[in-house]
Design a protein around this ligand. Sequence first.
Ligand code: ATP
Length: 357
Amino acid sequence: MAAITIQNLTKRFGSLVAVDDFSLTIEDGEFITLVGPSGCGKTTTLRCVAGLESTTSGTVMFGEHDVTDYPVQQRGIALLFQDIALYPHMTVEENIGYPLKLEGQSKEQRSERVRDAAEMLQIEDQLEKHPSELSGGQQQRVALGRSIVREPAMFLFDEPMSDLDAKLKHELRPLFAEVTEKVGCPTMYVTHDQEEAMTMSDRIAVMNDGELEQVGTPREVYDEPQSSFVGEFIGRPNMEFFDADLSRQNGTMDLSIGDTAYQIATSEALAQYEDGNIRIGIRPQDISVSSEPDDGLTGEHVFDETLGDQTHSLFDTPLGRLTVVTPPKFRGNGQQYGLEFDTNAMKAFDPKSGLRI
Ligand code: ATP
């Protein structure tokens, strides 16, 4: 097994550029998730890597081999889609072993590999059943089993869990990560669900409008978004954004957002940025609430969403409606509250390009 290298991949459908100059290396054993909103080009990228779609330009390398023009059958990959498509007339054992049967392996040869896969997926007691006798989660395990028996060069998953309920997703997420780690080949997983991406991946590749916006560990893309798009797409509740005015006096960086003034720490990039308009992002986790408002930003409490381990509280402020992550037992009373931003946690973006400053 070897790393997968995608270089300058572009895919056009007529005049539409679905994937635009996309480059990424997925290391051997690495789990990378492509994430982004509907239509941003995730599936097309995956299909080009799989060989299900031709590329307009660019190359796909499996290790040292240029596979750009190989048909899907010659790439030795394991594909898994939302549509599970098990063979209904075959047992679980026959379904999992089917790729090996196609390779001409005998029943005895297949049996051991199928049992190993079934054990890894905790479905060894289901081997005699037919798909119709299984739950959705068990069916997905069988499909995963069928994709791992051939020791693939790469795993490609396209929203395999989007039809499953939240509880099943929670059960299957660690299983996907564990199984792909055991098999040890590169994995590309496509989802529009940022939580799925955050919890399963070694690295996340965030796509926007055909382009790769940022690649990094879940922590990196959450803590250091390189654009306002990434800041908004990754992390819940969504990052809040404000138009602000930046000015410098006597070595301090002064920000005004609405009627409130803040002093922020300077950085090399900020020091070079011109005074004037700037876009500030802050996570609802980095806003604190005080029942004794001072002359800073205030907001009228609107609603609390109780989640058990935390509360999401909504406030109407002169800057618009803001979400704040408040302590688990916080209950607002419809009054005015003071809302304080942690200035160290503020992210500054160029209002025109959306890029991080
Ligand atoms: P989703 O999460 O909704 O599946 P996605 O990020 O996977 O979206 P793609 O399916 O890759 O996005 O689509 C990217 C763009 O390419 C979209 O504008 C889509 O309409 C277009 N597209 C995809 N496949 C084709 C095709 N076969 N012919 C023409 N346009 C296509």
